[in-house]
Design a binder for this molecule. Structure first.
Ligand code: ASP
Length: 341
């Protein structure tokens, strides 16, 4: 079997951070400092190359132009490498992973995002294990084909589908969870792959979509939400789509002014997408009176999608030049494994 080739893309994040002498705050540093701390990278039975963002960043500073930058590096090197590892801050890793899953249609290779909760230079760091296993997964092939042809997050011995993962802890090494979908692999003495749930290799050629539209907003419902707050968002002419973060199985207050606002927004051509505040479970519009009115108003149910995947799916679809009807149809469809069929 041919030796695998893996490209590491360093974007920043805690993994490569050092303490600023003056402020005491953590700030991103160079990839060479990571490579120095992890000499094991040289022992792999695969060839590893690395490229870095010119200015590595804290992932809270990520925006769609950074997703496009990562996507462009992968697109340019797609044929040359068997897999890709993106070193990324954990704060917005689930957004980037979701966004990249929509960028790459018919992906046949692994794109594994990882990072760490403690910088690589700290004694108890989780950086080494995360990076080393992420590289191993990105390099893994069966009959010359990637074992995991997906955009994933690897963290603390678990491999998640990227658009199903959420950051749920800022302190545990186990920073991510995938509440509505099984993990794709677990690393112990061996790496055990959950082949039943890993996407099958595509039959078609890779298509790369590098456009995002950020004219979207979120309304997070809470008891006592005011009509001023809601109408400021729903009546904003520059917004093309709005996510309603609803209670439980997709419920929102059944009040006349709210129903009128939502109906008008839909009539005006805004896409309104229902995503639950619950991490686990799914939207069932119509189960309660408090969600039936949303269905009647033309709101699209987000099933069991994460907020991160919902935002990036909307950004991707709204930039695609599709008709309103087509966007609604695609929103309800499972495009990259982001929601249950
Ligand atoms: N603030 C950091 C970042 O997301 C946190 C981390 O890397 O874990 O870049």
């Amino acid at each position: 079997m041919k030796k695998s080739k893996v490209l590491i893309i360093y974007t920043g994040g805690t993994i490569g951070m050092v303490q600023d002498v003056d402020s005491g705050s953590l700030k991103p540093f160079s990839f060479s400092s990571i490579a120095k701390q992890i000499p094991e990278l040289k022992k792999f039975n695969c060839s590893i190359k690395a490229v870095s963002f010119k200015e590595p960043i804290d992932s809270s500073n990520m925006n769609p132009s950074h997703w496009v930058e990562m996507a462009s590096v992968i697109e340019k090197n797609y044929a040359k490498y068997d897999g890709f590892v993106i070193l990324h801050g954990s704060d917005t890793m689930a957004y980037s992973a979701s966004a990249l899953s929509f960028v790459f249609e018919n992906l046949a290779k692994s794109i594994i995002l990882t990072g760490s909760q403690l910088p690589v230079g700290e004694i108890r760091t989780d950086a080494k294990e995360n990076l080393i296993t992420a590289v191993e997964i990105a390099a893994s092939k069966h009959k010359e084909k990637s074992i995991v042809p997906e955009v994933c997050i690897y963290f603390d011995y678990q491999l998640f589908r990227g658009n199903r993962a959420v950051k749920f802890s800022s302190t545990k090494f186990e920073a991510f969870q995938s509440f509505n979908f099984p993990i794709l692999a677990e690393a112990g003495v061996n790496i055990t792959y959950n082949t039943d749930d890993i996407l099958k290799p595509p039959k078609k050629k890779l298509v790369v979509h590098k456009k995002f539209c950020n004219e979207i907003a979120i309304i997070h419902f809470f008891p006592g939400i005011t009509s001023d707050y809601v109408s400021n968002i729903l009546q904003n002419q520059r917004l093309k789509a709005v996510i309603l973060k609803t209670f439980g199985a997709g419920n929102a207050p059944k009040i006349d002014w709210l129903a009128k606002e939502v109906k008008n927004a839909v009539k005006e051509g805004k896409i309104v997408f229902n995503v639950s505040q619950c991490e686990r479970g799914e939207i069932t519009q119509g189960k309660y009176e408090t969600s039936k009115w949303l269905k009647d108003a033309g709101v699209i149910a987000g099933k069991d999608i994460t907020t991160e995947a919902a935002i990036t799916k909307l950004m991707y679809l709204m930039a695609g030049g599709y008709s309103n009807t087509k966007v609604k149809k695609l929103l309800m469809s499972n495009l990259r494994g982001e929601m249950s069929p």
